[in-house]
Design a binder for this molecule. Structure first.
Ligand code: SGN
Ligand code: CA
Length: 528
């Protein structure tokens, strides 16, 4: 206002133009913008096997499929470090862990340095209003957001606490619905004259997979298919064998699978944690919960399962809860899409759905993530925007370092040199894929020793091959020919037939490490 009063006429128009971001901005004098809005939705631990648009046989996700049907589906989208906090830091910065400083989840080490450059800050500088609702998991308060309303830590499924701009409050309801309520509320209250970035970060379907009572009718008695490698013997793969994320051995019957019997006869290591979570439920929620689980508990106790029968029961019990959590995510994404359609926002809004990483749904006998094997290295990624020329499947290798530059590119903002990802715009705007797209991906996982005991490792993946180096307390390489062995069961590292391929891959791996600046030994603090 002051500026207008002080500099009348043409000068004030020029100033408004410059203050609002200059030529890149495409903001008209009325304040209306042709730059797209961006809604980035990220779930937590949603494996691509549990979206029907990825030909998943497990469930139906009509609303997530709608994004893919109206837009694009990436079938080779990957993360840099398959763990929550590191993925979030990569998303915000467009950089690998070794550059953004966030390597692991462990308490005390997942404080994101919020003073560094992030894409929401750059969008703000370019004239966007920015907001984030839902899981944050980066310890330090969000920076670069005009509005934030986050879950503390991992958050709770039922009646969760939210921290809204620094104020903590317990809110009654189911987390996925509440996050969507807040997202829509913010969309309604925002300044309608300037473009926005809204990040919607789900808690679901993270462990311990507590479904909403409204989904209890789904997947009852469903005989989910058991993956071919559920009973993997891990021959030739020591790190794959020595983990602690086995459904059979490590999944807790009371905590993970909700067999908290009233008689207290089912005594497990983590039972008390589920008991604690159930205390949060209102009497009505608890009554609905008990109506669902009590008969299951009774039947389970009666069956006295063991061996293979118990193993398969555990997997199906796990999948039922997991997929019910996914169903809530799908329904709530539908609510958000309906809101965008009904307000006309769909016309000028890029909608992205992804996860912080993939997840094992029994493949290799696992739950959890962390490994560079496909199920957790990959992540679902679907996007829609009327401005995309490309439709359908995109097979190019993309990674979560690419989000930041893509969003900046669409906003017409400058992409800083130090961002390590590349904009996906050339893939989305042309009918054909660019010839010079990346041909190999780099990965580095650090959190060991830790909860699921996944060894530190780094590696390279090309269209066809994968080479992984496990290091720290032992030194072992794994090599897979994904064309012949898509489920990564045969480590061919010692196979002389592949010696030349492996030598070449090692050279490419070294050059990726150099390119991404990841040549130093792991930072000292991780070892403590
Ligand atoms: C919790 C889970 C782990 C999970 C990590 C990281 N245990 O610690 O199973 O690997 O989160 O998940 S739980 O008993 O607390 O459920 S991440 O998505 O945040 O990286
Ligand atoms: Ca996660």
């Amino acid at each position: 206002m002051k500026i207008k009063w002080f500099f009348p006429g043409v000068i004030s128009l020029v100033l408004i133009f410059l203050v609002s971001g200059g030529c890149n901005n495409k903001t008209s004098q009325t304040g209306k913008s042709s730059r797209p809005n961006i809604i980035y939705i990220m779930s937590d631990d949603h494996g691509y096997q549990a979206l029907s648009c990825y030909n998943g046989q497990l469930n139906k996700t009509p609303n997530l499929d709608r994004i893919a049907d109206e837009g694009v589906i990436f079938t080779r989208a990957f993360v840099t470090n398959s763990l929550c906090a590191p993925s979030r830091a990569t998303l915000l910065t467009g950089k690998f862990s070794n550059k953004n400083g966030l390597y692991i989840n462990r308490a005390g080490h997942n404080d994101f340095d919020g003073s560094q450059q992030t894409f929401p800050k750059l969008l703000q500088q370019a004239g966007y209003q920015t907001a984030i609702v839902g899981k944050w998991h980066l310890k330090s308060d969000p920076t670069g957001f005009d509005y934030w309303n986050i879950l503390p830590g991992q958050g709770q499924y039922y009646n969760p606490d939210f921290i809204e701009m620094g104020q903590k409050k317990r809110i009654e309801g189911y987390v996925t619905t509440l996050i969507t309520d807040y997202a829509i509320k913010w969309l309604k209250s925002r300044d309608k004259n300037i473009p926005f970035l809204l990040m919607v970060h789900e808690k679901a379907p993270h462990r311990p997979w507590m479904p909403d009572t409204t989904t209890f009718n789904l997947y009852e008695d469903e005989d989910f298919p058991v993956p071919d490698n559920y009973f993997d013997n891990y021959a030739g793969r020591r790190a794959a064998k020595e983990q602690k994320m086995s459904v059979i051995k490590d999944m807790d019957i009371a905590y993970d699978l909700k067999m908290v019997d009233k008689e207290g006869e089912i005594k497990t290591r983590y039972r008390k944690f589920m008991e604690g979570m159930l205390k949060r439920l209102t009497p009505a929620q608890r009554a609905a919960w008990d109506r669902e689980y009590d008969p299951k508990i009774k039947a389970f106790k009666k069956m006295k399962l063991s061996g293979e029968m118990l193993a398969v029961w555990k997997l199906r019990r796990y999948l039922t809860d997991y997929l019910r959590c996914v169903a809530s995510v799908d329904q709530n994404v539908g609510r958000l899409l309906d809101y965008l359609d009904s307000t006309g926002l769909s016309k000028n809004t890029i909608v992205v759905y992804s996860s912080d990483q993939g997840f094992y749904l029994g493949e290799h006998g696992y739950f959890d993530k962390r490994f560079m094997y496909e199920e957790s290295f990959r992540t679902p990624l679907v996007m829609r925007y009327p401005g995309f020329e490309r439709k359908g499947e995109i097979k190019e290798l993309v990674q979560n370092i690419d989000f930041a530059p893509t969003f900046l590119d669409y906003a017409g903002a400058k992409i800083p040199e130090d961002i390590q990802g590349v904009s996906l715009k050339p893939l989305l705007e042309n009918g054909n894929s660019p010839a010079n797209w990346r041909k190999a991906l780099y990965y580095h996982y650090y959190e060991f020793p830790s909860e699921h005991f996944t060894r530190r490792h780094y590696g390279i993946r090309t269209d066809r091959y994968k080479l992984i180096h496990f290091y720290y307390d032992f030194d072992e390489w794994e090599f897979f020919d994904l064309k012949n062995d898509p489920h990564e069961m045969k480590n061919l590292y010692q196979d002389p037939q592949y010696a030349a391929v492996i030598d070449r891959l090692k050279i490419r791996l070294d050059s990726l490490r150099t390119m991404y600046g990841d040549t130093l030994p792991d930072p000292e603090y991780i070892s403590k």
